[in-house]
Design a protein around this ligand. Structure first.
Ligand code: 8YV
Length: 315
């Protein structure tokens, strides 16, 4: 049987590329220079598209593939896929939820602890000789028993909250609706009110047009000069200009960020902003999780082309 033609938008580790090449005719979009010409040549035979959460599939790419049946996303966030264009043509869309929930929650907690306790600065304090020269590292901020607000209590947000409950923290959350939660967790309908009640605000929302800049100047002002923002969702959920203004002006205590507008080319103001922890969009970046994501990416494609139910459908 002819192997289905798949447009591969971005690179995958070798352990995914080998089985993909064995099962499908992979057209490596990311390797060509003239992408428009490449799409015109291979698009008509493409039946599937393999992409990543950070890369997605825009309307032009989808339109260039008139036989496209399925888009498989390596990642839980499918905001970079033009869902409207896919829906209009009845194209299936899948992602890789659940297998990365723990890693994303673990990194959110690690970022909160690292920033609040100054772990990166303390490492530099030792390495630079400042400890011997200047004495003890400056005092930092306690985490246990503090108040945390989760913006978006989905799978990842809830996993973060369960972890932080272990630190004796008071848990509040905001989102479209109240959720079934442990009784001690408090639902707050408005992000500004939530931010005003917490020491740490963690953004774990899926990115949609409705959530764009949901963390804006009023939310940051409510979080305040001792408040810490943590974003492991998507950059557009945060108004970066307002965030940088608040950090530089001392109106926000600090920020730990795994995602950035224009990543990997982030706004250079972040490099000199006070009390920020910068991470390279690696919340799902462990061997175990990325191997599970790759298998789920392949399983969705294999299921589609063998007429089986999709393991993790979005659309
Ligand atoms: C990316 C992510 O997919 O799961 C997501 O939505 O953002 C990440 O896991 C990752 O960058 C893989 O390329």
């Amino acid at each position: 049987m002819t192997k289905p033609h798949i447009l591969q938008v971005g690179s995958y580790p070798e352990w995914d590329q080998v089985p993909l090449d064995a099962a499908f005719h992979m057209h490596r979009y990311f390797e060509v220079t003239d992408k428009e010409k490449f799409l015109a040549e291979v698009g008509p035979q493409v039946r599937g598209l393999a992409t990543r959460g950070d890369l997605g599939a825009n309307a032009a790419m989808i339109a260039a593939c008139p036989q496209l049946e399925v888009i498989s996303v390596y990642g839980v966030g499918y905001d970079a896929v033009d869902i409207g264009a896919a829906r209009a043509r009845g194209i299936r869309v899948t992602n890789t939820p659940d297998v990365l929930t723990d890693d994303c929650a673990d990194l959110a907690v690690a970022m909160l602890l690292a920033l609040s306790r100054g772990v990166v600065g303390a490492e530099d304090w030792v390495r630079s000789g400042a400890w011997a020269e200047k004495g003890g590292f400056p005092l930092q901020r306690k985490v246990t028993g503090k108040r945390v607000g989760i913006l978006g209590l989905g799978r990842i947000g809830a996993a973060i909250a369960h972890r932080l409950q272990g630190f004796g923290m008071t848990i509040s959350y905001s989102g479209r609706a109240r959720k079934e939660t442990p009784p001690a967790w408090t639902f707050v309908s408005d992000p500004v009110t939530l931010a005003g009640q917490v020491d740490f605000l963690i953004v774990a929302l899926s990115a949609t047009p409705e959530t764009r800049h949901i963390v804006n100047a009023p939310v940051l002002a409510a979080l305040g000069p001792k408040g810490i923002l943590i974003n492991i969702s998507r950059a557009p959920n945060v108004d970066e200009a307002a965030l940088l203004d608040a950090l530089e002006g001392g109106q926000l205590g600090g920020a730990a960020l795994d995602v950035f507008e224009g990543e990997p080319h982030l706004n250079p103001r972040f490099l000199s902003a006070p009390n920020v922890l910068l991470q390279p969009h690696h919340a799902s970046g462990t061997y175990e999780t990325r191997q599970a994501m790759g298998k789920l990416l392949r399983d969705n494609l294999t299921a589609h082309f063998s007429g089986q139910p999709l393991p993790t459908p979005v659309l």
